[in-house]
Design a protein around this ligand. Structure first.
Ligand code: BGC
Length: 758
């Protein structure tokens, strides 16, 4: 504790200390005027500021630049882009006096239906973690803090303030925590925001395992935890579990409970002191940095230009049968309300009062393109207007190309509720199919925060997904359509063919009290790959106007051991005629083993920019942690020894390069030895296998007589695999019964007793 903080603490009254643990209002911590402790303002986040206007109401926010939302930013697969976005938002925050930006939001996209997916990054924890760390570094480089949220397992909006996300520890550790882990370990966010929901029955705001044991104990978090707005159930329990700041405060009601608990001796005042010290540490850090930031100015025009250029790097070209890029001299018709009024951000707490919005139509007109516009359908609702519909079809028929700007109206997708289906409005689907029937160069531009079913995909020529690209999305769309920018985004989530294929289809969103995460670690591509299911577009997919080939891939060593690492090198060449960017994706495929694992998992990725004909070499360092799953019995990350594969791909389903990697380890999974231990487990463990084999050999004649010709040797071994040790007595008789105590003693001697997890 800094001396200044311990001195302050010593001077604070119990009431002042309790008071500091909740907000003064919606957006500020409390000041302690007599001791010179200032208030600190926080602000949403994540993709632009939603900072309350001076003297305005809670939802009346200042004008700020709306950057690409999480869904779009993640599609960049580019930590450098997230860092730039973070720096710009951090600079805006500094200029308006914000101490902590409430973001990034890194919850895993368990189902495409989650209403808030537009704000989140990915179905994959590696991608989400890398991007979150970069965003945090960007914001915090400006002397402004972040609040990574919503910790944890908040993957639905339905009953988000009470529903319990129930899952195995392995699922939590492998899927729902690593994005937080990477960001906390690597980028040290000033604060963490705990989520509304419960996890296996315990509110996140009271979850000691999460807020203290894992966050602080394992990952070394040193900032403070704040509640999501209104997420506190039992304040005193929360404080004890590691929740320092309650937001937005509750008129002091919970402060009084803290005071009463200390007075009654049911809450140790030291717990309160620790919480206050952690809050003071950040508040004073902000005060120091804010002093240095006096005079910092908002650069809204500059940030708008940046937002537009980032949006172009986030777009995913899903399909292109030759219509794109468009040519300047083509007669093109733009159809759909989103051409004039793009949907570029989501609804709810992340809604930015945007500086200025550029539509694709504005951009096309500003550049003198030969574009005609027919609304066709409105952007804000599902409505078919017969005249508009027919006008659109007719215009498409007589044009050289038709670009339909489709997407989800805001009422279809927002914070606060989940989607019920994955459809676009019927009016849009119908018009797309009709236009495609009369115009072979039909291009669909999508503005959605998450995947939609695309029943017309085979009928149209090209599909460009802009996600929710921020206020510059129109300018970016224009540059991409006309080939002035190269589409270089990749899907941060699988686009399934239909909702019924999704991993948690039967369990999502649960009954309101409990959501059972029965699909376990098989989320997103981990599920579709394990089930070998066709999908509309796989995770990591995205086309370019140029092409890339991988050459001379190699490993620095073919063997990896405990605590070691190997370098994976691959040369990437731009084989086309235009500048472009490729995302090299590295997946690890485990050997077949006793524990069910996804067929492959993303562990590294790198985005490279290449001129035509240019090549570059990418190097990744694969460590033993990259091979691991979380072993619940061991209570730790663990990889079985064996033959792994390093996959280098353009997407999760387009993998041109496979390198074998042999892994050896001295570590073993815990093995409990008693007479119920399956013989197969003992035979698979090199410590016990020789002992069991020699005993089996001595009984083999008798076992053979019993089995006779009815069971082949191979089938016999398979039957044996699951038999408990005591079956030896059942089938081996008196001789085996006599040998059993000695056998158990020998086996126990070979395997150290299992230590219980604490
Ligand atoms: C949201 C948070 C947000 C907070 C403040 C909550 O409802 O879940 O993400 O930061 O409100 O607006």
């Amino acid at each position: 504790m800094q001396p200044a903080i311990s001195e302050l603490l010593a001077q604070m009254t119990l009431e002042e200390k309790a008071g500091l643990c909740s907000g003064a209002d919606f957006w500020n911590t409390k000041a302690v005027g007599r001791l010179g402790v200032p208030a600190m303002m926080v602000s949403d986040g994540p993709h632009g500021l939603r900072t309350q206007k001076d003297g305005g109401s809670v939802n009346d926010s200042i004008t700020a630049v709306c950057f690409p939302a999480g869904c779009a930013a993640a599609a960049s697969f580019d930590p450098a882009l997230l860092r730039r976005e973070g720096e710009a938002i951090g600079a805006e925050a500094r200029a308006v006096g914000v101490g902590v930006v409430l973001g990034p939001a890194v919850n895993i996209k368990r189902s495409p239906l989650c209403g808030r997916n537009f704000e989140y990054y990915s179905e994959d924890p590696c991608l989400a973690g890398e991007l979150a760390a970069a965003y945090i570094e960007g914001v915090q480089s400006q002397g402004v803090g972040t609040s990574i949220k919503h910790f944890a397992a908040n993957s639905q909006e339905y009953r988000r303030m009470s529903s319990s996300s129930n899952m195995s520890e392995r699922t939590l550790r492998e899927i729902y925590l690593p994005a937080f882990e990477t960001a906390v370990r690597r980028a040290a966010p000033w604060t963490v925001m705990c989520s509304y929901n419960r996890i296996n029955g315990t509110y996140a705001s009271e979850n000691k395992m999460l807020l203290t044991d894992i966050l602080r104990g394992e990952w070394g978090f040193e900032g403070f935890v704040m509640s999501d707005w209104g997420a506190v159930a039992d304040r005193v329990r929360g404080l004890e579990a590691g929740l320092e700041l309650e937001m937005p405060g509750c008129g002091g009601v919970n402060d009084q409970k803290i005071v009463a608990a200390v007075r009654a001796g049911t809450l140790d005042e030291k717990v309160l002191d620790k919480a206050v010290a952690r809050i003071l540490n950040i508040v004073l850090r902000h005060a120091d940095l804010a002093g240095a930031a006096v005079g910092a100015e908002l650069d809204l025009p500059g940030d708008h230009a940046l937002a537009a250029s980032l949006a172009a790097d986030c777009a995913v070209l899903l399909q292109n049968r030759g219509s794109l890029p468009l040519k300047q001299d083509q007669k093109v018709v733009y159809i759909g309300g989103f051409a004039a009024a793009p949907r570029y951000q989501g609804g709810g707490s992340s809604h930015v009062n945007s500086y200025k919005v550029e539509s694709a139509l504005d951009a096309a007109r500003a550049r003198g393109r030969a574009v005609e516009y027919v609304e066709g359908f409105p952007a804000d609702r599902d409505q078919r207007e017969e005249t508009e519909f027919l006008r659109a079809v007719e215009a498409a028929e007589h044009a050289d190309a038709a670009v339909i700007f489709a997407g989800l109206p805001e009422s279809f997708e927002s914070e606060g509720f989940d989607r019920r289906h994955m459809h676009l409005p019927d009016a849009q689907n119908n018009l797309i199919a009709r236009v495609a029937a009369v115009q072979k160069n039909t291009v669909v531009v999508l503005h959605t925060g998450s995947p939609v079913e695309c029943p017309w995909a085979e009928e149209v020529s090209a599909i460009l997904c802009m996600y929710l690209g921020g206020e510059g999305v129109g300018r970016a769309t224009d540059a991409l359509l006309y080939g002035e920018a190269d589409p270089c985004g990749r899907l941060p989530e699988t686009w399934p063919l239909r909702l019924e294929d999704t991993p948690c289809y039967l369990d999502y969103p649960g009954d309101g009290r409990t959501a059972y995460y029965r699909e376990g670690v098989f989320v997103g591509y981990r599920w579709y790959d394990a089930r070998k299911m066709p999908v509309r577009w796989p995770f990591g997919h995205g086309l370019s106007y140029t092409g890339f080939v991988y050459k001379s891939a190699s490993l620095s060593a073919g063997e990896l051991t405990d605590g070691g690492s190997v370098d994976v090198t691959v040369t990437v060449r731009n084989s086309g005629a235009r500048f472009g960017r490729e995302v090299v994706q590295l997946y690890i495929a485990p050997p077949e083993n006793a524990v069910p694992r996804p067929p492959k998992e993303l562990r590294h990725f790198a985005k490279v920019a290449l001129q035509p004909g240019e090549e570059t070499t990418v190097t990744f360092t694969v460590t033993d942690r990259d091979l691991c799953y979380f072993d619940e019995e061991l209570g730790d990350w663990f990889a079985e020894p064996g033959e792994y594969k390093v996959l280098l791909g353009h997407s999760s389903r387009n993998i041109p390069t496979v390198l074998p990697l042999h892994y050896t380890t001295a570590r073993r999974r815990p093995l409990t030895v008693d007479e119920n231990t399956p013989i197969g487990d003992l035979l698979r463990d090199d410590r016990t296998a020789p002992i069991v084999r020699s005993v089996m050999a001595s009984f083999s004649s008798q076992m053979g007589e019993n089995g006779g010709d009815a069971v082949s040797a191979e089938a016999g071994m398979q039957m044996m695999d699951g038999m408990p040790l005591r079956a030896m007595v059942a089938f081996g008789g008196a001789q085996a019964a006599a040998a059993m105590p000695g056998l158990l003693a020998a086996l126990r001697g070979a395997v150290p007793p299992k230590t219980e997890r604490t």
